[in-house]
Design a protein around this ligand. Structure first.
Ligand code: GLP
Length: 262
């Protein structure tokens, strides 16, 4: 695991955006060999997407040969709902860069057959050669995508019921009305994320510090699904100072030193 501690959320977000941009550029994607990118929603990635859009506008980055798979989608929101993850992604990234519509993948949570839809999504990732880089945020309780505490660490794309804590946290996007937050979602599984060739996590703010501590110093546990990333050969965790507050000083210094020397 590589941990990159940075002073604040802006610095951490810019770092991640430039890291993703660099990975896409070095990969030199083509139509037949696209860069496959897993993407999150939430408040954390917003400044990352803003920076990726800026790089695109400056002509430094193209998404023409990027294929995306979003991690999750609420069940029960009509298509075009302002808080659906599809709407979010179009607003913050897809409509502002040169992504080809046919390269954008979402879970269709309004389907009649969610199980079939989840199987289709897994197959689509596999058909395109697997995910090169899964970018993710983290829930306060250590969830990744919508894999809530207790999720199987080998889970695949499926329906998950959200915990009261996640509903409470996400009520900020629904005028603070918890009753408006969908209670279920379709989400890629922990195993799906572990299959990516690289996983990049961005954690900013003090509310994420316990989850970061469990990810970096804790044991692998399905009660902190993010901790499964300890089993991944290439996990990169980028944090602001607030998100590292629960790490031991010893741990933090160790990772800081590695970054200083690299
Ligand atoms: C939601 C999403 C996650 C996201 C998490 C944290 O539950 N399903 O993918 O990482 O929220 O969101 P935020 O970045 O707003 O704290």
């Amino acid at each position: 695991m590589r941990l990159v501690p940075l002073p604040d959320a802006q610095a951490a977000s810019i770092w991640v955006a430039h890291y993703i941009a660099g990975r896409i550029q070095r990969f030199q994607p083509t139509k037949d060999r696209p860069f496959v990118l897993g993407l999150p929603t939430g408040g954390t990635p917003v400044p990352v997407y803003a920076e990726l859009v800026r790089l695109y506008r400056e002509g430094k980055l193209s998404f023409a040969h990027v294929v995306s798979f979003n991690m999750d989608e609420y069940i029960g929101l009509p298509t075009g709902h302002p808080q659906s993850y599809r709407t979010f992604m179009h607003e913050h990234l897809f409509d502002q860069v040169d992504m080809l519509p046919e390269n954008i993948n979402f879970l269709d949570s309004n389907t009649e057959d969610p199980q079939q839809e989840c199987a289709r999504y897994e197959q689509a990732m596999s058909d395109v050669g697997g995910v090169e880089l899964f970018f993710g945020g983290v829930g306060r309780d250590g969830h990744i995508a919508f894999n809530e505490p207790g999720s199987s660490l080998s889970s695949r794309t499926r329906i998950k019921t959200l915990t009261p804590g996640t509903i409470q946290a996400n009520a900020r996007f629904f005028d603070q009305e918890e009753e408006l937050v969908p209670v279920r979602a379709l989400t890629v599984g922990v195993g799906t994320i572990l299959d990516a060739r690289e996983v990049v996590i961005l954690a900013t703010g003090s509310q994420k510090s316990l989850a970061v501590e469990r990810l970096v110093e804790g044991a692998v546990s399905h009660m902190w699904p993010l901790s499964a990333l300890q089993l991944h050969p290439k996990t990169l965790v980028v944090c602001d100072e607030d998100a590292t507050m629960d790490l031991k000083v010893r741990t933090l210094r160790y990772f800081q030193k590695i970054e200083e020397e690299s």
